[in-house]
Structures are given as C-alpha cells and as structure tokens.
Ligand binder design. Structure first.
Ligand code: HPA
Length: 275
C-alpha cells in the first residue's frame, strides 16, 4: 500500500534531480517510441531506481528512467519505460508516476502504446487516436481508501480522453498527412495475448484495439485532474483476426518500423497541449 508520504518523497527527490525545469506534460513512451526521449533537449535523466519508492520496469525495450526537458517546443517529463500489471505490479504501482508527476505540477498526459488491431479495417503500422477505453474486470489504481488530496472517491470518466486534445491530434495528423484511425482501446492484463474469443468479445463491445497498458495510468490521471491524450500503434492484428500466430518479436519489429511517423505526430501534438 503506497502512502501519500511515499508520493511526496518520490516527488521531492525527482524535483531535486530535474533542477529548475517545470514540465507541463507527462509523456509515456510505449514500445518502439523510447527513442523520442533521446531527442529531448536540455535533458535531465533520472533512472527510476534512484528515486525512493519507485517500481523498476522489467519489460523488454523499456529502459526505466525519466528524461525531463524540451520536446516539440514543450516542457516534458518523459517516461522511457512504464510499469505493467503483467510484470507483477499492482494497478496502483503502474499509475505511481502519474501521481508523482501531478505533485510535480504536470497538468497533461500524452500516453502511447502498442496494440493489437481488432477493427478489421486496420492494418499493421496504423496509428489510432484513443477516444475511450474498456476495462471490465481488472483492478483499478483507485481501489482501497480514497485520498481526497488526489481526487474524489467516484471520479467521472466521461471525458477520460480530453475532447480538445483529440481535436489537436486530428488537426496535427491532417497537417502532417498522417492517417489517424480512431477507436476504443480495450485493456487486458496479459502477458499472454488474448484468445480469439476474447478479441471477438472486445469487438462486439465496440473496441478497435486491445493492449496491456495505459488504462491504469489514464484512470489515475483523470482522478487527479490531468487531461489525457492517447495514441496506439497497431503492431499486429489481434489474435484470430488473421489465420496466424502472434509473437512478441513481431510486435517489437512492427513498432520499430513505424516509430518515426508516430514520433512526428507525438512531437507535433505536444506543442499544442500547453493550455
Ligand atoms: N494484445 C495485447 N497487447 C498488445 C498486442 C496484442 O495483440 N499487440 C501489442 N500489444
């Protein structure tokens, strides 16, 4: 059980390490996008392991550190590596950095991930603007006693993905001639990929994509008043959509291939998330 004092201690340690920087946006870099953190100017680099109470990420291709500085004309706190439930972390631990970022003064979140395409019109390499999510049965970061200092007991999720930020994304995608799909992201905890039956169920419920991250962070962000913009990169068609097996290696390879287009859109959006 993480206490408010834990969050404060992590925040103070992070504040000391970022010097006078005051990030506006928390940028969570999913599979393949980690390279964007290397493009941050005037960067302060802080491995999670050097902050008190911080979980350490173990997923492949996830470095496990904050990089704070300027990207796309915005002050960002980027996460190279995040915490997944499949690593054994609780939903509260997965969302830990979001609350720390809030205490640091961050007011927006740009979150990215790799996903399996559920919508049959999608293709590997497509980018999807997340318009909403489904998380039916798994734990939420808000279970247990509520701390009003972060937010209310029953937070509203009507605009979990900020409508004005969605407009920013559409506008930027159009200006960059990037095809941007839209849809609902359905959370599964993993690490096993979904079964074809689960993917069919997700589709029947309206999902366009399935994935193993993002939703814990988005719930915690909404709880504490952070506005969210979310993007998914379709690294594979979800199980059963095509008559073939899925592999983690294919996911990584597809993320690698699409990362530059994805990164360009992310940078462009950051500039307009200031208000
Ligand atoms: N399912 C869940 N998570 C994923 C997938 C998938 O098919 N692809 C990339 N992340």
């Amino acid at each position: 059980m993480l206490t408010y004092e834990n969050y404060i201690e992590s925040t103070e340690a992070l504040r000391n390490r970022i010097g006078g920087r005051s990030p506006h946006t928390l940028l969570i870099l999913g599979s393949g996008l980690g390279y964007l953190a290397d493009e941050i100017e005037d960067a302060a680099v802080i491995p999670y392991g050097e902050l008190p109470h911080f979980p350490v990420s173990t997923a492949p291709d996830h470095k496990g550190r904050f990089v704070c500085g300027r990207l796309g004309g915005a002050e960002v706190l980027a996460m190279q590596g995040r915490f997944h439930l499949y690593e054994g972390y609780s939903a509260q631990q997965a969302a830990y950095p979001v609350r720390v970022a809030r205490l640091l003064g961050v007011s927006s979140l740009l979150v990215t991930n790799a996903c399996g395409g559920v919508n049959r019109a999608f293709h590997v390499g497509d980018l999807m603007l997340i318009t909403d999510h489904l998380k039916l049965f798994d734990p939420t970061p808000l279970s247990g006693p509520n701390d009003e200092r972060f937010g209310p007991r029953f937070p509203d999720m009507t605009y979990a993905y900020d409508p004005a930020y969605q407009e920013v994304a559409r506008r930027k995608a159009q200006a960059l001639s990037v095809t941007l799909r839209e849809g609902i992201y359905c959370f599964f905890p993993g690490p096993q990929f979904e079964t074809p039956a689960e993917v069919r169920a997700a589709r029947l419920l309206g999902a366009s994509a399935v994935g193993m991250s993002t939703v814990p962070e988005v719930i915690a962000a909404n709880h504490c008043g952070i506005r969210v913009l979310g993007f998914s990169l379709v690294t594979n068609m979800a199980a059963g959509v095509l008559p073939q097996r899925l592999s983690g290696t294919d996911v990584t390879a597809a993320a690698e291939k699409a990362k530059h287009g994805f990164g360009t859109l992310v940078r462009a959006c950051l500039a307009d998330m200031k208000e």
